[in-house]
Design a protein around this ligand. Structure first.
Ligand code: SF4
Length: 52
C-alpha cells in the first residue's frame, strides 16, 4: 500500500502544496479506456478541481 503519494496536480482539492496527495485513497484508471502501456496512459479518477 502506498504511504506517500507524490503528486504535482495543484488544481486538485486533495493536493498538498503541489507536492503530495492528501486523499485517504486514490483510484487510478487507464487513460482513454485502453490498457496502459506507459505512465502517460493512466489517470487519477479521485481528482477533484479546486474553485480556481
Ligand atoms: S487525488 Fe489524484 S490528482 Fe488529486 S492530489 Fe491525489 S493523486 Fe493528485
Amino acid at each position: 500500500m502506498a504511504q506517500d503519494v507524490l503528486c504535482e496536480v495543484s488544481s486538485c482539492v486533495h493536493n498538498m502544496h503541489g507536492q503530495k496527495c492528501g486523499a485517504t485513497q486514490i483510484y487510478v484508471v487507464n487513460h482513454r479506456d485502453k490498457n496502459a502501456e506507459s505512465s502517460s496512459e493512466t489517470d487519477c479518477k479521485t481528482f477533484e478541481p479546486t474553485d480556481v
